[in-house]
Write a protein that binds this ligand. Structure first.
Ligand SMILES: *[C@@H]1O[C@H](CO)[C@@H](O)[C@H](O)[C@H]1NC(C)=O
Ligand SMILES: *[C@@H]1O[C@H](CO)[C@@H](O)[C@H](O)[C@H]1NC(C)=O
Ligand SMILES: *[C@@H]1O[C@H](CO)[C@@H](O)[C@H](O)[C@H]1NC(C)=O
Ligand SMILES: *[C@@H]1O[C@H](CO)[C@@H](O)[C@H](O)[C@H]1NC(C)=O
Ligand SMILES: *[C@@H]1O[C@H](CO)[C@@H](O)[C@H](O)[C@H]1NC(C)=O
Ligand SMILES: *[C@@H]1O[C@H](CO)[C@@H](O)[C@H](O)[C@H]1NC(C)=O
Length: 528
């Protein structure tokens, strides 16, 4: 218990990546829109043709990729599968404190296959797993909460593994290699301070299953053999690896789409009982709403959307537009400071509670004492996007229970950030089926229990033209599928929850988190 609580005070997980996007290129494997190919084309046609090449990761770049992917798919009669999920199942799970409060899924890698429980992170690209460890998080000590032991990978023990060489087009550190044939090293620094993973890039089999008949599919993907982790990764945030779901060419969704296995899309769905689903190739329901991803500095590096206004009840305070990262690697939601102030003041004005909680040591500022009558009326929290598309946050508050298990305090689970870019974390995603439609550069969403609407019957047909589909809100019967239950346990806690100046706060937080840990685990047991 003491160890568990200690871990939580260190749990600062956000996986937005600081990394260079310039890839080293080989003579043999040149990406068709790479700078090198552009230069080569320019010289071929007398220097005039270079501008026809889109800037890497610009909108035009993705449109061109999509167009040529479409041609390739037409030749091949479409993507091979409608949807794929990890061979162990599409379910995701959150085990609370033991695992940094994020969502995880089991994946199988290699031949013979080995299972890894990887954290889901839409904020970064690489899939890495603990491998031939020099410095990795301990893999034991989780027996209570898991039905399998965590494993380490070793390329030498997999017949299908192959080191990527330094001259591979996806070897971004290729220029640092002594020779082109050496195994390609990688290093990724994550948003959390001093948090990184490094090692060697390997290609191996990821075992998947089809949604149609659960037939097994083996996909070749690039994996970081994570020999050395630091920072939060040593504190148990992702002891068994991280599944980067980002735009980068190296990510698993990118590999699967590039090889024509699926359409270029994936979905995440998180329930408020801490379970969820991940589906590769999923394009969601025809009725879902959508908003475009927006480029940062002209590039689509991460999933960023433009929020036009942030509403509390019927009031939408002015000047609340901002850009936000959709980051499944962050448990909670952060707003740029000025937006945060306007929004929280409005919430505070509307919430029907007389008493702000005092002596409160949660990471959140706006906390209230619960009345014995239970949850008071709360204003509906809504994000409005372009075209008047709205996204209602299903559970914006985080409840704290006393030792008798009664609701004691609840907080608006929003934090301010010094950055101008907000972060939509897992808590705001809960209750929604979120489709990362990379093909059309759109985030799509619909209310979901992550179960009934994820079968095949009502899905978008594979061949439908991507752009002209209706985007009506879901029928109202789906609006009632979530119990409006004050006792519902919120999604994963912590994430990037602790601000930079957290050392003094974290001592006091332990008491809260230990209580939460107990409750969350109880909930998990009750469901399982
Ligand atoms: C993984 O290996 C086990 C045996 O070690 C086997 O039963 C299982 O079918 C394999 N799974 C896949 C997806 O190949
Ligand atoms: C997990 O590891 C423990 C100790 O290393 C061992 O006793 C147990 O049998 C293992 N469990 C499984 C499911 O392999
Ligand atoms: C990060 O590393 C630097 C240099 O080793 C150290 O001074 C700093 O305290 C570390 N920060 C954290 C949060 O551990
Ligand atoms: C707060 O109470 C007032 C009066 O009872 C009511 O009109 C209002 O809708 C309540 N606010 C919320 C957010 O439930
Ligand atoms: C946006 O939609 C809401 C209802 O969904 C409506 O009340 C409002 O008038 C609309 N606003 C605009 C600008 O269309
Ligand atoms: C952190 O908090 C301490 C007091 O709790 C304060 O003196 C210090 O200035 C704060 N540091 C930052 C970086 O906010």
């Amino acid at each position: 218990m003491a160890r568990a609580c200690f871990l939580i005070s260190l749990a600062v997980a956000s996986c937005l990546v600081w990394k260079a996007h310039s890839f080293a290129l080989s003579a043999k494997l040149v990406h068709r829109f790479s700078d090198e190919a552009r230069a080569a084309a320019a010289s071929r046609i007398g220097g005039g043709g270079g501008e026809r090449w889109p800037t890497r990761r610009s909108k035009e770049y993705y449109q061109m990729l999509a167009r040529s992917d479409l041609l390739r798919r037409k030749r091949r009669l479409g993507a091979r599968y409608q949807m794929l999920f990890p061979s162990e199942g599409s379910e995701t799970l959150s085990l609370g404190n033991d695992f940094g409060w994020l969502h995880y899924t089991w994946i199988n890698i290699g031949t013979p296959n080995v299972s890894f429980l990887v954290a889901l992170d839409a904020g970064s690209d690489l899939l890495w797993i603990p491998c031939d460890c020099i410095q990795c998080a301990p893999l034991s000590g989780y027996h209570g909460s898991l039905d399998k032991n965590l494993s380490m990978y070793s390329p030498a023990e997999s017949r299908t593994s192959r080191y990527l060489s330094c001259n591979h087009e996806l070897c971004s550190l290729g220029s640092t290699c002594g020779s082109a044939k050496q195994p390609c090293p990688y290093r990724i620094n994550y948003y959390s301070e001093n948090t990184s993973s490094s090692g060697l890039l390997v290609e191996d089999i990821l075992h998947l299953a089809t949604s149609e008949d659960h037939a097994s599919v083996q996909a070749s993907v690039i994996i970081g053999c994570g020999r050395k982790q630091s920072g939060d990764y040593l504190d148990g945030i992702a002891p068994d690896g991280l599944l980067g779901l980002g735009f980068g060419d190296i990510s698993v969704p990118s590999s699967l789409a590039r090889t024509g296995l699926i359409r270029n899309s994936f979905s995440l769905c998180f329930r408020d009982d801490d379970s969820g689903r991940i589906l590769f190739g999923d394009r969601g329901l025809p009725t879902q709403q959508s908003t475009p991803f927006v480029p940062l500095d002209g590039k689509y590096d991460t999933y960023v959307i433009a929020v036009e206004s942030f509403c509390m009840g019927s009031s939408c305070p002015g000047k609340t537009s901002f850009h936000a990262l959709i980051d499944s690697g962050s448990s909670f939601t952060f707003l740029p400071n000025d937006i945060y102030k306007r929004v929280t003041l409005e919430f505070d004005r509307q919430v029907n509670v007389s008493k702000r909680a005092t002596n409160n040591e949660s990471p959140w500022e706006y906390c209230y004492e619960a009345s014995p009558l239970g949850m008071p009326g709360l204003p509906k929290v809504k994000l409005i996007f372009g075209g008047n598309k709205s996204f209602m946050v299903i559970n914006p508050i985080y409840p704290f229970f006393n030792t008798e298990g009664e609701l004691a305090v609840f907080c608006l689970a929003l934090q301010s950030s010094q950055e101008s870019l907000g972060t939509i974390g897992q808590n705001f995603m809960t209750g929604y089926h979120l489709v990362f439609d990379r093909e059309n550069l759109k985030l799509r969403w619909s209310r979901s229990d992550c179960h009934h609407d994820l079968d095949n019957s009502r899905r978008m047909p594979l061949g439908s033209p991507p752009r002209n589909r209706p985007e009506n809100p879901l029928p109202t019967n789906e609006q009632h599928s979530f119990p409006n239950n004050a006792r519902a346990i919120s999604p994963a806690v912590a994430g990037r929850a602790l601000p930079a100046n957290s050392s003094s706060v974290s001592q006091g937080l332990n008491a809260w988190y230990c209580l939460l840990l107990l409750l969350t685990q109880l909930a998990v047991f009750a469901i399982g």
